[in-house]
Design a protein around this ligand. Structure first.
Ligand code: S3P
Length: 445
């Protein structure tokens, strides 16, 4: 099921203490990669816990269009892959809807093939820069046709034989790193990607698990040098996708800011490249306990007990940005209910997400009487722990799921109702969001 074009507003009201036990849907980054790497591998990949949100289902459709066979038996998705180097030319453009990860990684996956592939998306995705993945593809020999500013629609035509490159990723981006590595899978020789500091490492870990020859060296500076031997074989795997920490962040912050709350969130991915928000909230005074720590499909996982807490503002260290890049909208809500000032710096990359999140978060805060200052790559928020006089605004969500969910969480803890102008796009990453939150005691209309 794909998102309809009809907007639907949602209103959140101040709620009583949240109580109960939930599991959040599978991790979005791992779910996209499970479909992609399964499609590229020989044999079958079995996936449980997959996020069945629109973004991931679009990736699944794209993989089907390129020759993979997808099916579902009970709660397991099965991908019959084509084998590395054997993706098929598509006769229709691949439509990635709202999904930057789906579009950018697939550009790498197929961009070095000697065939033509077209990419389209919704108005949010069509506004996002694709140059960051098109630049390395051009260096590998791919001919690119794109709209102004290297935006969608994009058509890629790979060379007869792609050239391996050594590429230093200019911004902290797991999507760019992954796109170049995937392009390297169909390229003879060694493709090398260098990142100045670590970003989410699912591509490296999972490609290794599928049998790729990939090696990671960490320099004294902290830079990571990732070398991939192209044209190797990948073999189908069994994958259990753990719960998405970026989705867990919403009920987690809700429990922290709604007085008297005490909830459990089960089976949350604890990969250290993804847990920056948990650390930051603990520094702000959050009561989060990590229980039953274990490994699932090679990833750290835990159950989280979260109790409402008196939060205080802090300066969030900018070196932590990559490990919580998707969590700044919901962190801003925690900051709005914290004592004192929260300072977030080094967050210019937020401008290239599903919306320009620096502006859209700051506009949403101001619309709800929360004082904040937006800089070119920073945001400073003055908190109001009682929530008195806060809320009452209508938030423009700009096709951004994390913006919609964040401001609905705000509405649960403040004096006046908070309205988001559209909540339909929440289905791209967290289709069960309102139902799960209502089960904990949240009031939405
Ligand atoms: C993702 C990487 C991040 C993140 C996105 C998912 C991934 O994007 O914001 O939601 O799965 O690789 P950037 O690479 O643009 O930082």
């Amino acid at each position: 099921m794909l998102v309809s074009d009809t907007k639907k507003s949602i209103i959140a009201f101040r709620s009583h203490a949240l109580q109960g036990s939930i599991s959040v849907p599978g991790d979005k980054s791992i779910s996209h990669r499970s479909f992609m790497f399964g499609a590229l591998a020989s044999g079958k990949t079995h996936i449980t816990g997959l996020l069945e949100g629109e973004d991931v289902l679009r990736t699944g459709k794209a993989m089907q269009a390129m020759g993979a066979v997808l099916s579902k038996a009970h709660d397991t998705w099965i991908v019959q892959g084509v084998g590395n180097g054997c993706l098929l030319q598509t006769d229709q453009p691949l439509d990635f809807g709202n999904a930057g990860t789906g579009a950018r990684l697939t550009m790498g996956l197929v961009g070095t093939y000697d065939m033509e592939t077209a990419f389209i998306g919704d108005s949010s995705l069509s506004n996002r820069p694709m140059g960051r993945v098109l630049i390395p593809l051009r260096l590998m020999g791919t001919q690119v046709t794109a709209a102004k500013g290297d935006r969608l629609p994009v058509i890629l035509r790979g060379p007869r034989v792609a050239a391996p490159i050594t590429y230093r990723v200019p911004m902290a981006s797991a999507q760019v790193k992954s796109s170049v590595l995937l392009a390297g899978m169909n390229t003879p020789g060694i493709t090398t990607v260098i990142e100045s500091s670590i970003t989410r490492d699912h591509t490296e870990k999972m490609l290794h698990g599928f049998g790729a020859e990939i090696d990671v060296e960490t320099a004294a500076s902290g830079a990571r040098i990732i070398r991939l031997v192209g044209q190797g074989n990948l073999k189908g795997q069994i994958i259990h996708v753990p719960g998405d920490p970026s989705s867990a962040a919403f009920p987690l912050v809700a429990a922290l800011i709604v007085p008297g709350s005490d909830i459990m969130i089960h089976n949350v991915l604890m990969n250290p490249t993804r847990t920056g928000l948990f650390l930051t909230l603990q520094e702000m005074g959050a009561d989060i306990t990590f229980l039953n720590k274990r490994k699932t499909s090679g990833e750290d996982v835990a159950d989280l007990r979260v109790r409402s807490s008196a939060l205080r503002g802090i300066h969030v260290p900018s070196e932590r940005v990559p490990s919580m890049i998707d969590e700044y909208p919901i962190l801003s809500i925690a900051a709005a209910l914290a004592e004192g000032r929260t300072i977030m710096t080094g967050i210019g990359e937020l401008r290239f997400k599903e919306s320009d999140r620096l502006s859209s978060v700051s506009n949403g805060l101001k619309a709800n009487n929360i004082p904040c200052t937006e800089g070119s790559d920073s945001l400073v928020i003055e908190g109001c722990p009682s929530g008195k006089g806060i809320g009452g605004g209508i938030v423009s969500t700009c096709l951004d799921h994390r913006l919609a969910m964040s401001f609905l969480i705000l509405g649960l803890a403040v004096e006046n109702r908070v309205t988001v102008d559209d909540g339909t796009m929440i289905r791209t990453s967290f289709p069960q969001f309102t139902t799960l939150m209502e089960g904990l005691g949240a009031t939405f209309v």
